[in-house]
Design a binder for this molecule. Structure first.
Ligand code: AMP
Ligand code: GLY
Length: 429
């Protein structure tokens, strides 16, 4: 089978690496890809915002399945346009992708399907939002409704900060994403992520993960797209997974099917494990980045393409995907300046040396090659050094040993990825 993968990050490198292991694969194309992906796929230039061009490419190249990595093409309706042209797509259509594209949409759905989540109210003008926030208990969680590249959420510790963020949203700081604002209750507990595949009706639970969103050690400093992750998430016991499926994931899938907008693809549930059980923080309609890297490291890679294809074909019933008992952990190496303005164009050496351990893979995110073929930094998050081990401590030691072989003076990483899970291991459970 010929497959087209869309995206260019570490998530897509991990997906490409898994898809390439399938005995069913003939040719894997990736648009646009990156130098790491180029080792396992044919990278192509294709404007993925031009849906007709994507359809044409698939027809000309005999592509049977399109796997969409990031959310933006899904929210823009690429999956609908592919399906309307008889092509299979892994990823939800425009309406179901609103689970990520609109926080107000998800809150409404939670209300309709009785799904546990933070109590909230949605506002379409600054005036009413400001009045509501003024006597809301602190901290106040305020979210721009639409896609804001992870920047549209504020946890305000004072009413003045809350008012300032609300004003910024309605003054257009996040463009149309801030035309509506959700204000919600602050949830306490430990966060975890849970991933399931869905074919519109049937669900295949995948695995759990936890990430580190803050840029600095000890989970301090500004938020990022994620500085590291590990899988599984020790907090997610089998009982909590069952509870999450029963009270959050299944009612969501059933409600979308009932509305005539079935969900196909991977559903990423961001959870708060609160004292009274799992609550939904947010949905994403794609794999996490860097969570995909640790999931793919643990999955039975040769079977990944098959389950993605079954989700896209509506034949997920009875499907299975094997998982290693190993822990996988990934450390993100970012370019100096990230999450502000990253320094671009600096040379990276030693990636091959870092991969000498069979338990380590370095996935590429924001890399490119210069005219001489040298590997250079071309984005904020640049490399994902991913390792497996019998426990979090061993996976972490292998990842950092690999990082010590990478020669990139203008890059940095956190030194404590997995700290919470390791503390749990040391405490004996
Ligand atoms: P979101 O984009 O909705 O995932 O929010 C980004 C981050 O903000 C989450 O990963 C949480 O760490 C935090 N967050 C969001 N909503 C809440 C909430 N209601 N209570 C506590 N923390 C939250
Ligand atoms: N790592 C968080 C995300 O992919 O949204």
């Amino acid at each position: 089978m010929n497959v087209l993968l869309i995206g260019s990050g570490g998530r897509e490198h991990a997906l490409a690496w898994a898809i390439a292991a399938s005995p069913r694969l003939k040719t894997l194309f990736c648009a646009p890809g990156n130098p790491g992906i180029a080792e396992v796929a044919t990278c192509i230039n294709l404007d993925v915002a031009d849906h007709a061009a994507v359809v044409d490419f698939c027809r000309i190249n005999g592509v049977e399945l399109v796997v969409v990595g990031p959310e933006i093409p899904l929210v823009a309706g690429l999956a609908d346009d592919l399906r309307a042209n008889g092509l299979r797509c892994f990823g939800p259509g425009r309406e179901a992708a609103r689970l990520e594209g609109s926080k107000a949409f998800t809150k409404d759905l939670c209300r309709d399907a009785d799904i546990p989540t933070a109590a909230s109210a949605t506002f379409y003008s600054a005036g009413e939002a400001l009045v509501y926030a003024a006597d809301h208990p602190l901290p106040i969680v305020i979210k721009a409704d639409g896609l804001a590249a992870g920047k549209g959420v504020a946890i305000a510790e004072t009413h003045a900060d809350a008012a300032a963020f609300i004003t910024e949203c309605f003054e257009g700081k996040f463009g149309r994403a801030g035309a509506a604002v959700v204000i919600e209750e602050f949830l306490r507990g430990e966060e975890a992520s849970f991933f399931v595949l869905c074919d519109g009706k049937e669900i295949l639970p995948l695995a759990t993960a936890q990430d580190h969103k803050r840029v600095g050690d000890g989970d301090t400093g500004p938020n990022t797209g994620g500085m590291g992750a590990y899988s599984p998430a020790p907090v997610m016991t089998d009982a909590l997974i069952a509870q999450t499926l029963a009270t959050i994931v299944k009612p969501t899938i059933a409600e979308l099917a009932r509305r005539g907008t079935p969900y196909q693809g991977v559903l990423y549930a961001g959870l708060m494990i609160s004292p009274d059980g799992p609550k939904l923080i947010e949905y994403n309609v794609r794999f996490g980045d860097p969570e995909a890297q640790v999931l793919m490291m643990r999955a039975d890679r040769a079977a990944v393409l098959d389950v993605l294809d079954r989700a896209a074909s509506g034949t997920l019933a009875g499907a299975k995907l094997g998982w290693s008992d190993d822990v996988a952990l990934t450390v993100v190496m970012a370019a100096e300046g990230y999450p502000g303005t990253p320094v671009k164009g600096t040379e990276i050496k030693g990636v091959d040396a870092a991969c000498q351990d069979d338990n380590v893979i370095v996935f590429h995110a924001g890399t490119s090659r210069d005219a001489e073929g040298r590997l250079i930094a071309a984005g904020g998050r640049v490399l994902n050094v991913t390792a497996r081990g019998a426990n979090v401590a061993e996976a972490k030691a292998r990842a950092y040993a690999a990082i010590s072989r990478i020669d990139w003076p203008r890059g940095f990483c956190r030194s404590d990825i997995g700290w919470r899970a390791i503390a749990r291991e040391q405490a004996g459970g």
